[in-house]
Design a protein around this ligand. Sequence first.
Ligand code: SF4
Length: 457
Amino acid sequence: MAKILLLSSNITRDPYPVYPLGMAMIAHDLLSRGHEVIEWDYLAEGESLQGLTDLVRAQEPDVIGISIRNIDNCSYNNTVSYAPFYQDIIRVLRLCTESPIVLGGAGYSLFPEILLEKLGGDYGIAGEGEVVFSHLAEELAAGRRPVTRILRNETPLTGGETAAAGRNPGYAEYYIRHGGMMNIQTKRGCPLRCAYCSYPALEGRVYRYRPASVVADEIQLLIDKYHADYYFIADSVFNDPSGHYLEIIEEIVRRGIQIPWMAYFKPDRFRLQDIELMKRSGLKAVEWGTDCSTDITLKGMGKHFSWSDVEESNRLFSSAGISCAHFIIFGGPEETEQTVEEGLSNIDRLNDCVVFASTGVRVIPGTPIHRRAVMEGMVTSADDLIEPFFYFSRDVAASFLDQAIRRSFGSRIDRVYPFEKDADKVRAFHNLGYKGPIWDMLLGKGINLERRRKRVQ
Ligand code: SF4
C-alpha cells in the first residue's frame, strides 16, 4: 500500500474549467486497490503553488502523480504553451520532497519520452493509468526503482472494467459553480482516423463501451451526490455506428433522468425517432466535430462524412430544438483559396447554429498529418513538436484565411473567430450562474440575450 498524492495540473479555464476526470478515475482505481490517495487540483485549490508545498510537507506522500491534460491550447492565433508551468510545479515539488514524481494524462501521453526529460519527472505512464500506476506506486513505496521509466498498460481495460470516477465533492462543487457541468465518459477508444488526432493510438482503435446501466448509475450519482444539474458526455464522439449510444439514451429515459446534457457528435444520417429520444433524455446541446467545410477538405482531414451530412444533421437537431455548434479548422490538407470560399459559403447556409472557426492544424507526432508534414518538408521526423507547430496547406496563405473568415463572418453573433474572442464573456456568464456551454446563448436559447449581455459587459 502506498500513500499517493494525485495532482491535477490543468491551468486552462477556457471555454470553462473542466473537472479532472482522468485523475478521478485513477483515484478510484488506486483506492480500490488499497492505496491511500490525496488529491490536489490547481484550479479548485485557488491557483497557488504555496498550498501544494504545504500539503506535501504535511502529508509526505510516497509517490506523486501529476496529471497533464494539455501541453498547449492548440490555437494558432493565440498560442499558449503550458510546459513552462509544469516545469514550475516539478521544481516546487523537488524543493520540498524527494518522493518520486510520475507523469501521466492525455497531454503527457502524446510526448512521453520528451516530456519526461524536459519536465524532469522520474517515471511516466503513457495511455490509461489504471492498474499500471498502482503497480508502479507499490514498487516505489517499497523503495524499489523500476529500470523502465515509461510504462504502458499492456492490457487495456474492457468497457465493463472501467469504473465510475471517484470525484472529490469539494472539487465537484467548484466545477459546478464555475462551469456548470459535470463530465462523464461512456466509452474509450476510437476506430476513426482523423488526420490530426492521436486519440486512437492512445486509447485503441476499438470502442470499449461501458454498460448502459453503469453509465446511468453514474449519472444518477452525479445528481444525487454532487448535485449536478447539467452533465457533459466527454467521449471523443458520442454517436458510435453500432448504436451503443442509443442504449444509454434508452436507459436514461427508462429511469426518468431528465437533467440537461450535451456531447460531441459526428455528423451522420440520423433517424428522427432517435433524435426525439435524445431530446426526451435531456439533450440540450451538441458540439459537432465537423472540422472542415467542403467535401474536398473533409476527405483531406480523413473525415467519414460529407458536407450534406453536416447540413442534414444540423437541420434535424436544430429543428428539434437542440442547440448546435460546429467547429471548423481552415488551412488543413487540400485547402485552397477555392475551398475556403466554397466552405465559407457552405457555412453561411448553416442556420440556427453557432460556428467556431480556427486556422492551422496542430501537428502531433505519429498522426497522419505529421507524416504528411514530414513528407512535405514542413518538419523533420526528428523535430519534437513540443513547441506547437501548425500545418497549413501550401496552397493557401494564412493571411488569406484570416481575411476571408473575418469578411464572411462579419459581425454575426453566431459566428466566432478566433475561438478565444469570447472566452471572457463565457466566464462572466458562468460566474453569474448560467449552466451549459454558454455558446447556446448566442442563439438566444432560453434567455433575454441583450439583457444578459449588458450585465456581463
Ligand atoms: S478526432 Fe475524434 S473522431 Fe476523429 S479520430 Fe480523433 S477521437 Fe476519433
